[in-house]
Design a protein around this ligand. Structure first.
Ligand SMILES: [Zn+2]
Length: 205
């Protein structure tokens, strides 16, 4: 086993075999993929929200539970490892932290966090101590909020930070940048660097 995709509530969801396939652990949790908006089961090969039913916990049944994870089921494929369990693909991170492009593409938060590394690694912007939050509003526009530290960002820095997002987003996306005293969305204990209000799941629809 190379990797494990699991959670406290659903135990083992999928395990990665030596042939780099993630096989669902069908005897530990029953996994379904449903449409983000309608909640209906989607066809294999379609990306959606992962719903799991824990088959082991008899004391506290956890039935069709979701944690906001997105994935798609490939289906049953003959695999060299001998497993007959369905193969799941692209665990794309939590839907609630994904940005939705104007083309409908769901881009996970981790991709934007990788971009933020480039602000330092590629553009050599001395970002130490700088906190950021990338927020997508309901209409799809994106604002990068920067809580700057000791170093004052100049216009080139700001331009490079803004431009970096177009590596992931279509060129007609409205992106603006704001220097603020504190990040605008700060609920709960966990800092969330990327948030989308365009996202139906987050809006509770
Ligand atoms: Zn396999």
């Amino acid at each position: 086993m190379l990797d494990e995709f699991s959670s406290e509530e659903l135990t083992r969801i999928a395990l990665e075999c030596p042939y780099h396939h993630y096989h669902l652990e069908e005897d530990a949790a029953y996994t379904e993929i449903v449409d983000f908006e309608t909640g209906k089961i989607v066809k294999d090969g379609t990306q959606g929200l992962l719903i799991g039913t824990n088959l082991l916990n008899k004391a506290t049944p956890i039935i069709r539970y979701h944690q906001g994870d997105t994935a798609k089921i490939i289906g049953v494929e003959k695999c060299e490892c001998g497993s007959n369990f369905r193969i799941i693909d692209l665990v794309l991170g939590r839907y609630m932290d994904s940005i939705i492009s104007c083309d409908g593409e769901i881009i996970p938060a981790s991709c934007f966090m990788d971009l933020a590394y480039d602000w330092f690694l590629q553009f050599h912007i001395p970002i130490h101590g700088m906190q950021y939050q990338i927020v997508q509003s309901e209409d799809g526009d994106i604002t990068i909020f920067l809580v700057v530290g000791l170093y004052k960002l100049n216009d080139t820095d700001l331009c490079q930070i803004k431009q970096s997002l177009y590596k992931l987003l279509p060129s007609n996306t409205n992106i603006s940048i704001m220097e603020v005293e504190s990040i605008p969305v700060n609920k709960g204990i966990k800092y969330r660097p990327v948030i989308s209000f365009k996202n139906a799941y987050l809006n509770g629809k």
